[in-house]
Design a protein around this ligand. Structure first.
Ligand code: COA
Length: 183
């Protein structure tokens, strides 16, 4: 058996959109709901146009995924200092509905890389496609610090919520995505 190739985040190629030929059964990020989503629900969500799932591979191994859909954030959910000056009550954004990195590859930069991809999608949408000002996530408690580290802000007054609303104004962060696109 050849040795496992050493993981290098810069070797990740442009993600592929999930389709029926993808086998996601072995994916395990350690959070049951997220694993079940990619095993059983992601394809159905996509068919119903409720979320597009992007798969990230290292060599041939599925190491992470993100599911994206449109969303909005109410101005009343965020602090006055983070609100926009336009007189609207709801700001359009792109929701990271699901995100996971398989346990074997966690803490090697893949999660950040996937966030960069999501950020890049939001930027591209916002450029003459559709209004999209924020990247939004409903974060698990255990992932809050990961998102804060990335640049997200935790919305206030959510002590009782299981998942915490977090947002990132895409005009206030530099573009970082640098995945290699392969044909
Ligand atoms: C959360 C998760 C996506 C992070 O992915 P990852 O590949 O391990 O993260 P990275 O290696 O890219 O880490 C990026 C940075 O965040 C930090 N970080 C990673 N996970 C963290 C955590 N749980 N808490 C705090 N910081 C974290 C890293 O130290 C790193 O910091 P640095 O840039 O200063 O070196 C991954 O651990 C995971 O899939 N967890 C289970 C599922 C989950 O919680 N998904 C999110 C649902 S909302």
């Amino acid at each position: 058996m050849p040795p496992n190739p050493k993981f290098d985040v810069t070797k990740l190629v442009f993600p592929k959109v999930l389709d029926k030929t993808d086998n996601t059964n072995k994916f395990s990020c350690g959070t049951v709901e997220i694993d079940e989503f990619i095993h059983k629900q992601a394809m159905g969500f996509q068919e119903q146009r409720l979320g597009v799932t992007y798969l990230f591979h290292f060599e041939t191994e599925l190491i992470g995924f993100a599911t994206l859909c449109m969303d909005h954030i109410s101005k009343h959910r965020i602090s006055a200092k983070d609100r926009l000056t336009k007189p609207i009550n709801s700001y359009p954004g792109l929701l990271i509905g699901q995100l996971g990195v398989t346990e074997k590859y966690q803490h090697k930069g893949a999660g950040k890389y996937i966030c960069d991809f999501c950020f890049d999608r939001a930027l591209k949408l916002s450029q003459n496609v559709v209004g999209c000002r924020f990247l939004i996530v409903n974060a698990l408690e255990t992932a809050i610090d990961f998102y804060v580290n990335y640049g997200f802000t935790l919305a206030p007054k959510q002590e009782k919520q299981k998942q915490k609303l977090m947002f990132l104004d895409i005009t206030k962060r530099k573009r970082m995505y640098s995945a290699r696109r392969v044909s």
